[in-house]
Ligand binder design. Structure first.
Ligand SMILES: Cc1cc2nc3c(=O)[nH]c(=O)nc-3n(C[C@H](O)[C@H](O)[C@H](O)COP(=O)(O)OP(=O)(O)OC[C@H]3O[C@@H](n4cnc5c(N)ncnc54)[C@H](O)[C@@H]3O)c2cc1C
Length: 467
């Protein structure tokens, strides 16, 4: 039986055979992207996002340890005031020449209610730390993103989500939050207190103020059976309605130029723990890259070799608590575009995206991610009142990603997609206005909270201020 390890070994053999082509490819195109200097002319330190495409030289960096320290700092610091979580967004949400604020010192679970399964959590808490902290009190967040490096505040800020037909994005489980405003007030926001701010700023881009803590509606901690299996991608797409209805968490990755998809499901189980083995995704990705480097210009050959390598590959099973299984490490860097579409449009859009990539971009090797998300009622949520199907296309960090804008985005927009706030897109004020029924209401709340625009950097001014 073939395993994922076999793919790697197969690819190594192929790399040897085709090493001439791969070496030529690497010498001509496989270069590190240019890096900005570590300091600017005034000695200010460089800040960069995870993928490396966003950067700035903040005048001031500030890491408060309490709400009081935060409020004092907000009043005294130069604008734009931008909060950073883990810096994992691809859009220029964080860059500032003014003040960069980190809540890394405002982290951890404050208290919890064992009966209601709720927990109050400081916004600087990284999701990777939150998982075990919640497990210790018998709770879990059922819907985690692909990675768990994000801060809670950063995840809420962009509408970060996982996958599952009945599962909302992380902000969809926020019962209340506290917001530090530009004027130095701390506001309690919930359906009862400041309900309009609760609706407008739950997905807030750091543009309404700084979220200091959030109350989360969690679920009882359960053990999950996670399965990863390779299937024909077209059959998987056809089967998607049934798969969505059957599994708690479900997604698939179309592997371009191979006819295959990796289907990933996770469902509650009472079976004993079957621990997750060592992480192999990065190696598989690098093997797909090797296939691209060697056979990229000859897609038919690339498909043939992929078929030989992947056929008969065994499924991988693991059983453990969800916080250990739902997120993975992503050491291989990339840039990404993701749109959330009306669910009934998702597969038609996916078919077009795969077709355009396979006919025009033989350099693409990253799998295309397909997920499902339940609706919520946050005004700036991409899932606002809409059952959504998402499509995410990735480009290796060393590769050109302009095709995401030129080829992929027009398709996803034509099908009514709303972009992930943290991922690449070219939309502006008027585009968002057409996509979000409560756009103007949300922006009016923002203007009232921050009339001087102290939280706005140039990108946010462009998107959130008309004209
Ligand atoms: C490898 C990788 C995998 C990813 N996987 C997924 C995925 O599976 N699903 C998904 O939906 N997204 C995913 N993303 C995107 C990522 O979850 C979002 O971009 C998220 O916002 C990043 O969190 P962060 O803590 O790094 O926030 P940052 O990128 O640092 O900040 C994001 C926004 O939140 C604001 N913000 C941060 N903290 C606060 C606060 N306390 N109060 C107010 N505003 C705040 C910032 O100002 C900014 O506007 C992924 C990104 C990467 C790089």
């Amino acid at each position: 039986m073939t395993t994922r390890r076999n793919i790697m070994m197969g690819a190594a053999a192929i790399a040897l055979l085709g090493s001439g082509g791969a070496v030529a490819y690497r010498l001509t195109r496989d270069a590190e992207p240019p890096s900005p200097p570590g300091t600017d002319g005034q000695g200010r330190l460089l800040w960069r996002n995870w993928s490396g495409i966003q950067s700035s030289y903040p005048d001031r960096r500030f890491a408060p340890g309490s709400e009081d320290e935060l409020v004092a700092g907000l009043k005294a610091s130069p604008a734009p005031l931008r909060v950073v979580g883990a810096g994992h967004s691809f859009m220029p949400l964080v860059p500032t020449s003014g003040t960069l604020i980190s809540l890394d010192r405002m982290s951890g679970v404050i208290d919890h209610d064992p009966k209601a399964l709720t927990a109050r959590v400081r916004a600087g808490t990284r999701l990777g730390d939150l998982g075990p902290a919640l497990a210790a009190i018998g709770q879990e967040m059922p819907n985690l993103p692909d990675i768990n490096k994000q801060s809670l505040g950063g995840a809420l800020g962009t509408g970060t989500h996982g996958t599952g037909e009945t599962l909302r994005a992380i902000h969809g489980e926020v019962l209340a939050f506290r917001l530090a405003t530009a004027s130095g007030e701390i506001l309690d926001c919930s359906p009862e207190n400041n309900p309009d701010i609760y609706a407008a700023a739950r997905v807030g881009l750091g543009a309404f103020g700084v979220v200091t803590e959030a109350s989360l509606q969690n679920r009882p901690l359960v053990r999950l059976h996670r399965r990863v299996e390779l299937r024909d991608w077209r059959e998987t797409a056809e089967d998607w309605p049934r798969l969505k209805a059957t599994h708690r968490n479900v997604e698939f990755y179309v592997i371009p130029f191979t006819d295959k998809a990796a289907l990933i499901t996770a469902d509650p189980t009472d079976k004993p723990v079957l621990p997750r083995g060592p992480e192999t995704d990065s190696q598989v990705l690098m093997d797909l890259k090797t296939l691209r480097d060697v056979f990229g210009p000859v897609p038919a050959l690339r498909r043939f070799v992929a078929e030989k390598m992947m056929n008969g590959m065994a499924a991988e099973d693991m059983i453990d608590e969800g916080w250990k299984l739902l997120s993975t490490d992503r050491p291989v860097r990339f840039n990404e575009m993701e749109f959330h579409l009306p669910q009934e449009q998702q597969i038609a859009a996916l078919q077009e995206v795969v077709a355009v990539i396979e006919s025009k971009r033989s350099d693409v090797f990253f799998p295309i991610e397909v997920r499902t998300i339940a609706p919520d009622d946050a005004w700036l949520s991409p899932f606002y009142q809409r059952q959504s199907g998402s499509i995410a296309v990735h480009a290796y960090y060393k590769d050109d990603y302009a095709f995401l804008f030129d080829l992929v985005e027009p398709i996803l927009r034509r099908y009514g997609g709303r972009p992930h706030w943290g991922k690449l897109n070219s939309l502006g004020y008027k585009d968002f206005q057409a996509l979000y029924p409560r756009w103007k209401d949300a922006l009016e709340i923002r203007r009232t909270l921050d009339p001087g625009g102290r939280f706005l950097n140039p990108y946010l001014k462009k998107v959130l201020i008309d004209g």
